[in-house]
Ligand binder design. Structure first.
Ligand SMILES: [Zn+2]
Length: 208
């Protein structure tokens, strides 16, 4: 890993000093050092998926003066003409207005429903359900598609929730970007570099 890594579930952890005790070949290549990308207001460009750029892209953007380097890994890359630390956090110089309405995709739909079946709450074996069945003219839209586990989907079949005597935890709706970002905070990625924490909302102390 790049230097200090905070992982979930007992993932690899090493401080910069500890990492340097190992032979360099044991360390991961620089491809594993993504930069957290912040908007010009120093909030993440997106939470879920977390806005990360490969280190090559981050360095290129820094050279083009499109971003400021906010924090760095201990890891240094060298070429014959220069050397620099790999950026771990960068901020765009120009503010990018987030889209107010996210795209209607499978992933975003699951995220709106917090990866849980809207009939029974199960968090696995997830599929999509047309609340008003397609055979009844139900459309494939934010307002008519919900997350359902396979057993609930099977049980409901081609019926409406009323016909199937099943109730929804939440009526399907078109989410705003901030809804998905809020939900996304509940699902932090496995890899969080130390320098990212100041810019994210996954600090456990803040949640306490
Ligand atoms: Zn279910």
């Amino acid at each position: 890993m790049c230097d200090r890594v905070v992982g979930e579930g007992g993932g690899f952890q090493a401080t910069g000093a500890a990492a340097r005790m190992y032979h360099p070949n044991v360390l991961s290549p620089p491809e594993a050092c993504p930069a957290l990308v912040l908007n010009a207001d120093y909030t993440p460009l997106s939470y879920y998926p977390l806005s990360l750029w490969p280190w090559q892209t981050a360095i290129k953007a820094a050279f083009l003066e499109r971003v400021d380097i906010v924090a760095e890994y201990d890891r240094v890359i060298r070429s014959p003409s220069f050397e620099m630390k790999i950026p771990s956090v960068i901020a765009l110089r120009q503010y990018v207005r987030p889209a107010s309405h996210p795209a209607f995709t499978r992933f975003n739909l699951f995220l709106r429903d917090r990866f849980a079946c809207q009939y029974c709450g199960a968090g696995h074996d997830l599929t999509f359900d047309h609340v008003v069945p397609r055979a009844y003219g139900g459309r494939t839209t934010w307002e008519n598609v919900t997350t359902a586990c396979a057993p609930c989907n099977l049980k409901k079949g081609g019926r409406t929730p009323a016909e199937a005597h099943m109730s929804l935890h939440q009526r399907p709706f078109q989410p705003a970007t901030h809804h998905l970002q809020e939900n996304g905070r509940g699902f932090p990625p496995h890899y969080l570099h130390d320098t990212w924490r100041d810019y994210l909302y996954w600090d456990t102390e803040l949640l306490a």
